[in-house]
Design a protein around this ligand. Structure first.
Ligand code: ATP
Ligand code: ZN
Length: 297
């Protein structure tokens, strides 16, 4: 394989290693796409569609897409939004992908009793996301100074670099270990697919459309279940109404049981245990809930 990109292949920038990359590789796999060699290189090739992967740091993805070095990319909304607010050319968001979910929180030393955002007035807030933070502060009518830090933000209050921090919080354990507690959630993020503003060549547009179709099929099938059961014919209406997000179900005769039918339905929303209990109470039996691998409208 040549070590150069081919212009006819769509370029997709993803994070080489980190909290976005597992989700990206998993998504590609679920789309039925295999990657031709290991993750250790700078780029990799997808076999089934004419796509080359650029394996880079997440921070570089918005500008790569904005400048056209990559046609599309997958990045955290938080990073995308920060760069966009900075005025950088970052392309545009196409799809939210539902993984790498996280939130940006303002946190204060636990000793501070927090009541409202007014308290943040005149504070110094250490963060890797000064634009998103300032944007939120502005919306609250609060004037505070942001101190840019590229990592280890949680140590700032102890070093007296700042009075508060604004950082990504998942479990809160890191904050807790540094004597901090979250007081405001200012931004919620997940992985998004972004694309360049400029039109793609017709050749690349076709590949892009095929990829989007696959991603949408994966997303549609993620929560969806194929539900089968036997039920009294008389309970059909009630049961149909009870199936979450189902299209018209398929009703099948049961040999030798004229009062009973088999119901098959695709439920687009989560099927919980409660739903099964309810179906049983309505007379359903032999209820089966199956995962759906792929789904295309
Ligand atoms: P890189 O080396 O590529 O610059 P990084 O250290 O900046 O990586 P990661 O920690 O891998 O970044 O996080 C990448 C993105 O994953 C974040 O910008 C955010 O969108 C998301 N993310 C961060 N923390 C979490 C978390 N705890 N759970 C889920 N997603 C997260
Ligand atoms: Zn990064």
């Amino acid at each position: 394989m040549s070590e150069k990109f081919e212009d006819s292949r769509l370029r997709l920038a993803i994070q080489k290693k980190g909290r976005l990359s597992d989700g990206c590789f998993d998504l590609l796999k679920r789309c039925g796409l295999t990657i031709s060699h290991g993750r250790d290189k700078l780029y990799a090739r997808i076999e089934e569609l004419a796509i080359d992967l650029l394996l880079v740091r997440d921070d570089d993805i918005p500008s790569f897409v904005g400048d056209g070095a990559s046609d599309i990319g997958i990045v955290g909304q938080n990073v995308f939004e920060e760069k966009r607010l900075m005025g950088a050319s970052v392309g545009k968001e196409v799809l939210a992908l539902g993984f790498s979910k996280c939130k940006l929180c303002i946190a204060l030393p636990k000793s501070v009793e927090y009541q409202s955002a007014d308290q943040l007035n005149d504070m110094r807030i250490a963060t890797s996301y000064p634009e998103i933070t300032q944007n939120w502060l502005k919306g609250k009518g609060v004037s505070a100074k942001t101190v840019m830090m590229n990592g280890a933000v949680e140590i700032a209050p102890r070093l007296s670099i700042a009075d508060a921090i604004c950082d990504i919080v998942s479990t809160g354990a890191t904050l807790d270990a540094h004597g901090l507690a979250p007081v405001e959630t200012i931004y919620k993020s997940e992985a998004i697919l972004i694309r360049a503003d400029a039109a793609l060549s017709p050749e690349k547009q076709k590949i892009y459309d095929a990829l989007i179709k696959r991603i949408e099929a994966v997303q549609a099938s993620r929560e969806a279940k194929y539900v089968m059961m036997n039920a009294p014919r008389s309970a059909l209406d009630k049961i149909t109404k009870y199936l979450p997000g189902a299209d018209a179900p398929t009703i099948l005769e049961l040999t030798g049981q004229p009062d009973m039918v088999a119901i098959h339905a695709v439920c687009r929303e989560s099927v919980f245990w409660d739903t099964l209990e309810e179906l049983k109470a309505l007379g359903a039996s032999a209820v089966l809930v199956l995962d759906i691998d792929k789904m295309m409208a």
